[in-house]
Design a protein. Structure first.
Lengths: 299, 341
């Protein structure tokens, strides 16, 4: 026996330096994040399985809906190809399907907290002498990393869909994917930190995630939609992730004015990609604040 | 407030440097008062048992001491820090083995311990050595790299004990540590706990509703209905029941109880289909009982008082009446089946 020879007397944290507390915070974030990735990697069947749904959407919508709309799909409200270009529906919907994969895996990844609560592991985390904000941050980053990896995995389908992706585009996409994943994962943590049973899961799925997905411009362009839908889609944070994904992904193979014409408008102004991602970052931090606050609350 | 009915009053008086001290600890959940003014002091290095039926307030008390629940009233200190004002200091000095499994079944045993070592700030260079020592202590070193999902309930419990000790806490809280385990595994778990106390000098605070387990403790607090009704060593508590306990089975317990009162001046308690009376000399009174009771006596036995008898005397009901609630059975199933998801 070499362990536990003596009771160790530690100094109180009030006496500990700021830098050692920051190191403790960083360590807690890292280990919570690491555990999520370890579980993600262990569960390779789930990674493959989670690709099935996006693929189904891509094939069914791309082939089915695409052929009934017609080969040259014009996103400019059906008034003819803008800028003289056009794309097939499959190409249009491809970034939307990537966004969908990110949306669901980010939120579900973060909501594994509810699972942990049900099966006790959350208690192990909550009783540890670590800042609970670190738990919320680690969980958010864990869900975000998983979701980003899922999104990146779908990029291998690009040649099949007919979308060209250079290295620069892939890097830009990775950044946009991570920001979208971060915002949604933070939202998932905020929801899960207030949810005590798995019962609420289905409600979140049906009344929040599905509408967020459908209203985000993932499956159809948001120009020329009824006013009520236009308003709701601008409230939907996923919109500000979907649009950059599409504009970046298609930017390489299509002329700039055409890609511009796909962009989401607010008061008839096409939003710059940077601003859209900025909106997501702000949304993500607000959600992270909400999640951390409810973690910090003690019963 | 009911004063505890024992010679050793639960106060810090007489205990130098208590490692756990609670004064008037109370917790309400809405209208329900789960814990009603608990006073206790636990000595450094002792095995302290918290004995009571389900719903008596054991887990609620432990959760308050571990800073998972805030007291509604009263105060408590653990390892010298206030659970309400300095929860982080308390958390850094305690280990916990929860009633329900709290391992990540998808990770291996070693990974579970690694996670714990990091969040408890075990220095990097000591991590792998301590993890290995902890695994060896609970005889799981050969299964260290298997996922916990392949472990039996007993193996999981052992791993949880190893985890609770990994950061060398001053106090290890164990909530029903042997629930749902087979007798052999229970003996093993007790072996580890005694070694921990002997080698690391750690204070063990455990809840249980197994009487034989409570006997292993240095001191026991009996809790019922959110109150401590007695506190002392097992021997002290048993001395509260005078002399011997005679257990009597008759064909008409109601009549027998009346006759016991009228002819012998003995107050009988009914428990599990038998009558129990406290007498000074069991062996001497049995022939008289058999002779003088008019109802046929089916069986009769005298024994030294057990904690069962103490509990029955103090609370008026047997602990085992409530020992296996539905939740409990589910927990035991969960453990027995290895908590498969």
């Amino acid at each position: 026996m070499t362990t536990n020879e003596a009771i160790r007397v530690r100094p109180t944290s009030a006496g500990r330096s700021l830098s050692s507390r920051a190191a403790g915070f960083g360590r807690a974030v890292a280990v919570v994040w690491y555990r999520d990735l370890l579980r993600f990697w262990r569960d390779r069947a789930r990674i493959v399985g989670s690709l099935a749904q996006p693929l189904l959407f891509l094939v069914v919508f791309g082939a089915g809906l695409g052929s009934s709309i017609g080969g040259a799909f014009s996103p400019g409200g059906g008034a003819g190809p803008a800028g003289g270009a056009g794309i097939g529906y499959t190409e249009f919907v491809y970034p939307g399907v990537i966004g969908m994969a990110v949306l669901f895996s980010a939120v579900f990844g973060a909501m594994s907290i509810v699972w942990d609560r049900e099966f006790g592991f959350l208690k192990e985390i909550l009783v540890a002498p670590i800042d609970r904000t670190a738990v919320a941050v680690g969980k958010t980053l864990g869900g975000a990393t998983q979701a980003m990896l899922q999104g990146l995995l779908l990029l291998v389908l690009a040649p099949l869909v007919g979308v060209e992706l250079g290295l620069g585009t892939v890097v830009a996409l990775a950044v946009a994917l991570f920001i979208l994943a971060f915002a949604l994962s933070a939202m998932g943590v905020a929801i899960a930190s207030r949810m005590t049973t798995m019962q609420g899961f289905q409600i979140v799925m049906n009344f929040l995630l599905m509408p967020m997905f459908f209203l985000s411009g993932s499956l159809f362009p948001l120009r020329g939609v009824p006013d009520w839908m236009a308003v709701l889609s601008r409230i939907d944070p996923v919109t500000y992730g979907m649009d950059p994904l599409r504009r970046i992904a298609l930017g390489e193979s299509l002329p700039a004015p055409f890609v511009e014409s796909l962009g989401v408008t607010v008061f008839d102004q096409v939003l710059p990609v940077g601003l859209e991602l900025g909106i997501l970052v702000v949304f993500g931090f607000v959600m992270l604040g909400v999640g951390a606050a409810s973690f910090r609350r003690r019963d | 407030m009911n004063a505890p009915t024992t010679a050793t009053r639960p106060s810090s008086a007489g205990i130098d440097d208590p490692v756990i001290e609670a004064v008037g600890l109370t917790r309400r959940f809405g209208a329900l008062e789960a814990v009603r003014g608990v006073d206790l002091a636990v000595r450094r290095g002792e095995i302290f048992g918290f004995l009571g039926p389900n719903g008596a307030g054991k887990t609620t008390t432990i959760n308050m001491l571990c800073t998972l629940l805030r007291p509604t009233a009263g105060r408590a200190t653990v390892a010298g820090f206030d659970v309400e004002a300095e929860p982080d200091e308390v958390r850094a000095r305690i280990g916990l083995v929860f009633q329900d499994p709290s391992l990540d079944a998808q990770l291996t045993a070693r990974e579970n311990l690694f996670f714990h070592a990091v969040i408890y700030g075990v220095p990097r260079r000591e991590r792998s050595e301590r993890i290995q020592a902890a695994l060896e202590m609970v005889e799981l070193a050969d299964r260290a790299d298997d996922p916990v999902s392949t472990f039996s309930g007993g193996m999981r419990r052992r791993l949880e004990i190893a985890r609770g000790m990994l950061h060398t806490p001053e106090v290890l809280f164990l909530d029903e540590p042997t629930i749902g385990l087979d007798p052999q595994t229970r003996r093993h778990v007790w072996g580890y706990l005694r070694r921990l106390r002997a080698e690391a000098g750690v204070t063990l605070f455990m809840t249980t509703h197994y009487m034989d387990e409570a006997e292993e403790c240095d001191r026991i607090a009996i809790i019922d209905g959110g109150r401590i009704v007695a506190l002392g060593t097992p021997a002290e508590l048993k001395s509260l029941v005078g002399g011997d306990v005679v257990e009597l089975r008759t064909e008409d317990d109601a009549t027998a109880a009346i006759q016991l009162r009228e002819r012998f001046g003995l107050e009988a308690r009914a428990d599990g289909g038998a009558l129990r009376v406290e007498v000074s000399d069991g062996a001497a009174i049995i022939p008289r009982l058999v002779r003088e009771l008019t109802v046929p006596v089916v069986a009769v036995a005298a024994h030294r008082p057990s904690l069962d008898d103490v509990f029955l005397k103090l609370t008026g009901h047997a602990i085992r009446d409530e020992a296996a609630s539905a939740t409990d059975r589910m927990r035991m199933m969960h453990r027995a089946w290895g908590g498969r998801r």
